[in-house]
Design a binder for this molecule. Structure first.
Ligand code: C5P
Length: 221
């Protein structure tokens, strides 16, 4: 990427999965490794931005960023992001936030019985949409992982969540999640660009370049 393309700007990145407690020893989660988000945070810092990284639990060591905030649940991540979003120029939501969480976490370990166990799940709050709805919203970038109609869903997400950009990737067997390589199809109102398969580190640099370019184009209007 172009050195210094984000100099003087602040970037808030969310990354990783969330964990939704069922009881003190069990949770619901997903296969996000956090690799893409950490690579984006690293690339933004290398491009000269002041970076805050809000991360769900991952096996990665935190990158050298201005602020690193460790969270567990979608509700924790919502609080951490919303407390900081308005004071950043750019928000990049790479986290795989749980869409549903158990309606309550049992206080004690749930015991095994002969019968079935039913969990009731409640929808979590959409962090990305909440950031994009702020009156002083940062330039807001969302991620989309899809198994079909990538452009259709990405464009719908752009409009429905009032985003400035969506970076979409194909998921499924051997794609994106837990992998070191990825490819992105990036959409913004009135444009699109393909970022072909590369390591997540290289791809993150190209995405940061594109964000800097589009952010500059918007600021110039
Ligand atoms: O609509 P969908 O969940 O597919 O959108 C994915 C994007 O929304 C990602 O950028 C993800 O970080 C964000 N998201 C969020 N809060 C949620 C669910 C998704 O910020 N509760």
């Amino acid at each position: 990427f172009r050195p210094g393309c984000l100099a003087g700007l602040s970037v808030l990145v969310s990354a990783g999965p969330t964990r939704e407690a069922i009881d003190p020893v069990r949770f619901l989660s997903n296969r996000s490794s956090g690799k893409m988000g950490y690579a984006v945070a690293r690339a933004a810092a290398a491009a000269g931005a002041r970076v805050t990284l809000v991360s769900g639990p991952t096996a990665l060591s935190p990158p050298a960023v201005a602020e690193f905030v460790a969270v567990e649940s979608a509700a924790d991540m919502y609080q951490a992001v919303m407390a900081r979003a308005a004071s950043h120029d750019i928000y990049i939501g790479t986290a795989a936030v749980a869409d549903y969480a158990p309606e309550y976490a049992a206080a004690g370990k749930i015991k095994k019985t002969a019968g079935e166990l039913t969990l009731t799940l409640r929808k979590t709050r959409d962090i990305l949409a909440a950031v994009a709805a702020l009156p002083d919203k940062p330039y807001t970038v969302g991620f989309a992982a899809e198994t079909d109609d990538l452009e259709g869903y990405a464009r719908a997400k752009l409009a429905a969540k009032n985003l400035d950009m969506v970076a979409a990737n194909w998921v499924g067997e051997g794609k994106a999640f837990e992998q070191d390589d990825n490819a992105l199809e990036v959409f913004w109102p009135g444009g699109r660009r393909t970022l072909p398969t590369a390591s997540k580190a290289v791809l993150a640099g190209r995405l940061i370049d594109l964000i800097a370019e589009r952010y500059g184009a918007r600021a110039a209007v």
